[in-house]
Design a protein around this ligand. Sequence first.
Ligand code: NAD
Length: 286
Amino acid sequence: MSATIRKVSVLGTGVLGSQIAFQTAFHGFEVTAYDINDEALTAAHERFDKLAATYREQVQGAGDGKAETTAAGITLTSDLGEAARDADLIIEAVPEVLSIKQDTYRRLGELAPEHTIFATNSSTLLPSDMKDATGRPDRFLALHFANQVWQFNTAEVMGTEDTDPTVYRAVVEFAEAIGMVPIELHKEKAGYVLNSLLVPFLNSAMALAAGGYAEPKAVDETWRIGTGAPAGPFQILDIVGLTTPYNILVNSGEDGQKLAQWLKSQYIDKGKLGLASGEGFYRYNA
Ligand code: NAD
């Protein structure tokens, strides 16, 4: 248990927010999860039940009713004031839309006690884009989780120039206390560490295949055999799903747009969207 952080609220109970809330509660913290209306809270309830089943199967120590107790122990609310009250740390996982995030921080800044730390889970926005809206830039930073937090347990910690170093340390300590491996960034960087490595890697792989140099399977084999890695770039792309890289590429420079068109015409337009659709660069059994 972290020394300075005991009560944690998570804003947004979608894909990532529900996982962050569950993982935090599983490690003994008092957790409140906030979403905008009753419909979203019903969906959150279902997500927590599903997570309980997943933890029971995949996470050590989640048996003997612990996963179910964890789900039942999370307080759900659609009242932002209730979520903010008494919270030592608020982790924000609302939609990746700057205006929604800024608006959320403006309201939070007025509702949360002075000592509360705010952390954003944003994947593509920088904390600097939001810090003024918080009204407390010294107590604000990014804490970025990966999808399936119980398994892919990195927590990238990235402050702004205004983040108080003691706040940064407290969040690093908190990340460890909930079973994450904290990855400390010293400066702001779009893509943090993981995507700064992964995105150019995946783009290089696609350029090899789109340019007719080698088949996706051969590229993957080269990477696996040559480095000992368990998966090649096209296997990773299939897991991510082809729509996300397409959306990134289509908004990038000329080379990126060429790759986007290749992805679209050869795969996306043919319904090959990756693992979730049954076929991407590889075919999967249903
Ligand atoms: P999501 O769409 O699954 O969930 C968003 C949740 O926010 C929904 O439950 C929605 O009801 C709620 N919401 C909508 N408007 C809101 C508001 N005004 N205030 C509070 N809640 C509101 O999204 P997600 O995939 O969980 O992503 C959330 C954040 O996490 C984003 O910043 C994203 O970049 C980041 N993230 C996502 C992933 C991922 O793999 N999905 C990984 C790392 C980080």
